[in-house]
Design a protein around this ligand. Structure first.
Ligand code: HEC
Ligand code: HEC
Length: 319
């Protein structure tokens, strides 16, 4: 009950994923699903600012060390123990202990595929497969910039203590995902549905927590994830309490179908939902622009509705 990952589910999920991935590969044969790496765009003040926003929302929670206050990594009991005792890594500018000597391209490859420069899959972080070139460059620009979070910190990343299961799946189900064809830039706000889709599957990873289970997510093709955006995954908050992600499709009774855009905005930005205060690991996306919130809402209206009640609907789901 305490764990977000259930071993059998994990194995089955990963096998299914592998089969589905293979099928997709065959289906897509001949079409350009893979993209050769392009040079990472250079740092500009605008990119540093955008990178700061994305890192604050998407990376700090997992990478900030409580003692150093920098992004020097921490133990991650909130990821459960099925894969072992995981730690996040030192991603400060330190040349030896951090990522100071990684090339920009190596950082971007890690974000998109999960593979480090040594080829070892980094477990425990979502893969940002569809990250645009612009957002990727912005994240790198911020990680290289002078900031209290990125200050070179002489603290070695803790080695992962992988479980036998994780070790056995390392070269199969848990191996890095191949690069996919991604956008150069996020869609403009004048195309809210396209922008919202990008935010959900790429920049803010809403699908990763809000689908049926992180064990059955399809990181190479997020919209094919089981129970896409229908909620019901058991996640852990900072106090290791189970929090069940919620249905954010437009089903009128179990999802957001009866919400107003204003209610949605308050829930996403400030954690204030009609049913009460939202807990972690739901981030407070407080720095989202009105255009981004509107885009999320516009896109969610186009997503197939799923009927799936979660505890705030007065139901404890079986799983
Ligand atoms: C859910 C938690 C989580 C989130 C969110 C997350 N990470 Fe990680 N990250 C990890 C863990 C755990 C590792 C260590 C994996 C390993 O060493 O096997 C890691 C490893 C890394 C590494 C490799 C460092 C090394 O020395 O091997 C980089 C770079 C990185 N993360 C950057 C980021 C960035 C940038 C973001 C935000 C865009 C991010 N991570 C979001 C958990 C997370
Ligand atoms: C790291 C996991 C995670 C991510 C990423 C995430 N959420 Fe959540 N979200 C949750 C959890 C868990 C809850 C339930 C919290 C609780 O029980 O208090 C939740 C609750 C919500 C709710 C309240 C729904 C209701 O019925 O009350 C909304 C709306 C929501 N999330 C939207 C989003 C959107 C939009 C994004 C992306 C911009 C997103 N979430 C990203 C985990 C996540």
């Amino acid at each position: 009950m305490k764990k977000p990952l259930h071993i059998l589910g994990l194995v089955l999920g990963m096998l299914l994923l592998a089969v589905a991935g293979f099928a997709a590969l065959i289906k897509e044969r001949g079409s350009p699903t893979q993209q050769a790496p392009t040079a990472v765009r250079p740092s500009t003040p605008k990119r540093v600012l955008q990178g700061e926003k994305i890192v604050a929302l998407m990376c700090v929670h997992c990478h900030q060390n409580p003692s150093t206050k920098t992004l020097s990594g921490r133990p991650m009991p909130d990821l459960g123990t099925d894969l072992g005792n995981l730690h996040s890594a030192n991603i400060t500018k330190h040349p030896q202990f951090g990522i100071g000597q990684w090339t920009d391209q190596q950082v971007v490859t890690l974000l998109r595929t999960g593979a480090g420069p040594d080829g070892r899959p980094r477990l425990g972080m979502p893969r940002f497969a569809y990250l645009s070139d612009e957002d990727a460059a912005s994240i790198v620009a911020f990680l290289r910039a002078d900031n209290p979070l990125t200050r070179a910190t002489a603290q070695a990343s803790q080695p992962q203590k992988l479980s036998p299961l994780a070790k056995s799946l390392m070269t199969t189900a848990l191996k890095p995902i191949p690069p996919v064809k991604h956008l150069a830039d996020a869609p403009p706000a004048s195309k809210p549905v396209a922008l919202g889709r990008y935010l959900v599957i790429a920049r803010y990873q809403c699908y990763f927590c809000h689908s049926k289970s992180i064990n059955t997510n399809n990181e190479s093709n997020p919209e094919l994830s089981k129970g896409y955006l229908g909620g019901g995954d058991k996640l852990l908050d900072d106090d290791l309490q189970v929090r069940i992600s919620r249905n954010i499709t437009m089903d009128p009774n179990t999802g957001l179908g009866k919400w107003s855009e204003e209610q949605f905005s308050k829930a996403v930005k400030f954690g204030m939902a009609p049913s009460g205060i939202l807990h972690g690991p739901m981030p407070k996306f407080s720095t989202l622009t009105d255009e981004e919130v509107h885009a999320l809402w516009a896109y969610l209206k186009t997503v197939p509705k799923i009927k799936n009640a979660t505890p705030e609907d007065g139901v404890v789901p079986n799983k």
